[in-house]
Design a protein around this ligand. Structure first.
Ligand SMILES: [Ca+2]
Ligand SMILES: [Ca+2]
Length: 227
C-alpha cells in the first residue's frame, strides 16, 4: 500500500491552518460588528429617550409657569383680578409704586385718594415680590419706598395701617434696624421705608425713618374682579 508523500500532508495541513485562521478572523470581525451595531442601537435609544424626556420636562415647566401665573391672578372665588392702568397686578392685589416723594402721613392720604392704602405685607412671598420690584425701580440708596408700618403710638410696638400688630415671623429689618435715630428729628424714626439697590440678604430691606422725611411709597388695593 502506497502512503501519501510527507510533503503533501504538510501542505494540506498548512492550507487547513490558513483556512481556519481566516475563518476565525471573519468570525471575530462579525462579532465586533454585531457588538458595534448593538452599541449604536443602544446609543440611539438613549439619545431618543433623553430628547423625549427633555421635551417632556420643558412642557411640564411651561405648564407649571402657566399655572403659577394663573394662580397669582385668580381670586378665591375663582374669578380673575384686573388692575387699573398704572397699577401692577400680583397675587390678586394691585400695587402702585409712587416715585414722587412725600411724608408718610401724606403718602397714606395719596394712596387713599387712589382707592387703596399704604401697603401691608402679609407674606414672605409678597415681601419677595415688593423687594424685587423696588430694587428694579431704585437708582440710588435714597430711592426707598414707604410701607404702611409705624410705631408712632408706642415706641417699638409696630402696627400696620389697618391697626394689626406686626407678625414676628414676617419681619424684614435690614442690619441693625430699627434703630430709632433721633438726630434730625427728636421724635425719632417711627415709620418704615423699604428697599436696597442691590439684592438683599434674606429679603431684609426695612429701615425705620423719620415719618416727616419725604420718600417714595407703595400703595396697595384689591384687584377688580372679572370673570
Ligand atoms: Ca420708632
Ligand atoms: Ca433707622
Amino acid at each position: 500500500m502506497m502512503s501519501r508523500p510527507q510533503s503533501y500532508i504538510e501542505g494540506e495541513t498548512d492550507s487547513w491552518h490558513a483556512k481556519s485562521s481566516t475563518g476565525s478572523k471573519v468570525k471575530a470581525e462579525r462579532v465586533a460588528l454585531l457588538v458595534l451595531c448593538l452599541l449604536l442601537t443602544a446609543a440611539v435609544l438613549i439619545i431618543y429617550r433623553l430628547t423625549f424626556e427633555n421635551t417632556k420636562t420643558r412642557e411640564s415647566l411651561k405648564k407649571l409657569e402657566e399655572l403659577r401665573m394663573k394662580s397669582q391672578n385668580v381670586l378665591t372665588d375663582g374669578s380673575f383680578c384686573k388692575c387699573e392702568e398704572g397699577w401692577e397686578k400680583h397675587g390678586g392685589k394691585c400695587y402702585y409704586f409712587s416715585i414722587s416723594k412725600s411724608s408718610w402721613e401724606q403718602s397714606i392720604v395719596d394712596c387713599r385718594a387712589k382707592g387703596g392704602d399704604l401697603v401691608k405685607i402679609d407674606s414672605r412671598e409678597e415681601q419677595a415680590f415688593l423687594e424685587r420690584r423696588v430694587r428694579q425701580l431704585m437708582k440710588e440708596g435714597e430711592d426707598k419706598f414707604w410701607i404702611g408700618l409705624t410705631d408712632s403710638a408706642v415706641e417699638g410696638r409696630w402696627l400696620w395701617v389697618d391697626g394689626s400688630l406686626l407678625d414676628e415671623s414676617l419681619k424684614f429689618w435690614a442690619g441693625k434696624e430699627p434703630n430709632n435715630v433721633t438726630e434730625g428729628d427728636p421724635d425719632g424714626e417711627n415709620c418704615v421705608r423699604m428697599g436696597e439697590e442691590f439684592e438683599n440678604k434674606d429679603l431684609k430691606c426695612w429701615f425705620d425713618q423719620s415719618c416727616s422725611k419725604p420718600q417714595r411709597s407703595i400703595c396697595e388695593k384689591a384687584g377688580v374682579t372679572a370673570t
